[in-house]
Design a binder for this molecule. Structure first.
Ligand SMILES: Nc1ncnc2c1ncn2[C@@H]1O[C@H](COP(=O)(O)OP(=O)(O)OP(=O)(O)O)[C@@H](O)[C@H]1O
Ligand SMILES: [Mg+2]
Length: 259
């Protein structure tokens, strides 16, 4: 071994930096942003930019998938439902067995359509593109109330809020995840959602009156839903807080810079 130079062990941190640098160099949008900034101090910034890049790519992928699902299956299910309704109408009323069978079929088609719409909203809230963030949140909260029977109120600014698409998507995902958690764990009878503009920030609050999240769940590294919300907000320089009080509910509060 003497006389041989041993390569220093490649630490995980260094390895990550090398991989990130390679990935960023291969991504035109990010390369421009990073040009002339290769130093040690830029490492954190590089990682953040990488994460934003991945986030945007994921959202684009989801959008494409949602569009295909919508185009491929949406029209087929709708046509099937219309055909079914037509056959039911033209069927002699005394043919009760066929009436029943067709009505069941129609219900199944309706269920499939509803599931598909939920899936589409999960993948990519089209309403975000069509109507903007405020309306998307309003419609999500309304649909949640209808689906779960939980009384929901929402307060939001009069006018639509202008936010970059990936920030809007991140905030919308926080609303979806918080509401899903309410439905799954809170045992709540009402939910309040408040969207506010405070100077150059957007503030969003989702508050339920259920059992209240336990502190160890907040700190649990396996609480991926909570981790995801926190990371999404931190990615864009925002803040995430969640607190529970036993028997009195849970409050999720996020603040996100608008630009
Ligand atoms: N509104 C709430 N009320 C009561 N408990 C909650 C609430 N939100 C979350 N929790 C608790 O916190 C835990 C972690 O939530 P988190 O969203 O991180 O993960 P999850 O919902 O269990 O799984 P995933 O979101 O990955 O499907 C939940 O399992 C639940 O026990
Ligand atoms: Mg969850």
């Amino acid at each position: 071994m003497q006389g041989q130079t041993m390569a220093p062990p490649l630490s995980l941190r260094r390895l990550l930096r090398v991989v990130l640098a390679w990935f960023v160099a291969a991504s035109p949008g990010v390369t421009t942003a990073m040009a002339g900034d290769p130093g040690e101090a830029a490492s954190g910034d590089l990682q953040r930019k990488f994460a934003v890049h991945v986030q945007c790519a994921t959202e684009r992928e989801r959008t494409a998938l949602a569009r295909e699902l919508h185009d491929e299956f949406g029209s087929v299910f709708t046509a099937l439902s219309l055909d079914c309704t037509h056959v039911i109408r033209t069927l002699p009323p005394e043919n009760t067995a066929a009436h029943e069978r067709l009505s069941e079929m129609n219900e199944l088609i309706e269920q499939a359509l509803n599931s598909m719409e939920r899936l589409l909203t999960d993948l990519r809230p089209q309403v975000l593109d069509d109507l903007g963030l405020r309306s998307a949140i309003e419609s999500e909260v309304r649909a949640f109330g209808k689906r779960t029977g939980i009384a929901c109120t929402i307060r939001a600014p009069e006018e639509e809020v202008a936010l970059a698409p990936e920030r809007a998507a991140a905030l919308f995902r926080v609303v979806q995840e918080s509401l899903t958690n309410v439905a799954r764990y809170a045992g709540a009878s009402c939910v309040q959602v408040v969207l506010r503009r405070i100077d150059a920030n957007l503030s969003l609050e989702v508050r339920d009156d259920g059992r209240g999240i336990e502190p160890d769940k907040i700190a649990d590294p396996n609480s991926y839903g909570i981790l995801g919300m926190r990371e999404r907000m931190q990615l864009f320089g925002g803040r995430f807080e969640i607190e529970g009080s036993p028997g009195r509910g849970t409050r999720v509060h996020v603040t996100l810079p608008m630009g």
